[in-house]
Design a protein around this ligand. Structure first.
Ligand code: SF4
Length: 147
């Protein structure tokens, strides 16, 4: 069966990043136009506005917390968005994902360490992690571009 992809919306020209911009590092729009992929922005699906506060993931004894530098806690919205994106993937028979690097939702393999200092650690964004744990093959835009 041909893979069907889900792609971070900000990678296909949607200005849904926290600062109201998109990421235009690679051209994935053809995949959308050919019906090979659909795009989602988990943070928008989770009910967050654009623009919005930047957030990072903190590891705590009770599990992950997703908070802004000012201490606002968005963990529930992120967990809800992961459930919703997973449901969209199941409804659309998605097998593969191309997601924005380092995002607290979409990042895969490397994310910021939760200190808002630009330091990267091994880890996954909340949505990327949920997709990976449910059998969807996740790669980042940077991995896809280097193929
Ligand atoms: S990285 Fe993911 S959550 Fe962030 S703007 Fe892009 S699609 Fe939305």
């Amino acid at each position: 069966m041909k893979p069907k992809y889900i792609i971070s919306s900000c990678l296909v020209g949607v200005k849904c990043r926290y600062n109201g911009t998109c990421s235009s590092t690679i051209n994935l729009n053809d995949m959308i136009e050919k019906g090979e992929a659909i795009d989602v922005c988990p943070e928008v699906i989770g009910g967050l506005p654009t623009p919005r506060e930047p957030v990072e993931i903190q590891q705590t004894e009770d599990g992950i917390q997703v908070t802004s530098k000012t201490g606002n806690n968005y963990t529930n919205q992120f967990l809800k968005s992961a459930e919703e994106v997973l449901s969209i993937c199941k409804e659309n028979n998605i097998t593969h994902a191309i997601l924005q690097s380092r995002s607290p939702s979409c990042g895969f393999g490397k994310i910021y360490d939760g200190t808002f200092t630009g330091n990267l650690i091994d880890g996954n964004g909340v949505v990327a992690d949920a997709l990976d744990k449910n059998g969807i093959k996740v790669i980042t835009d940077e991995e896809f571009a280097s193929k």
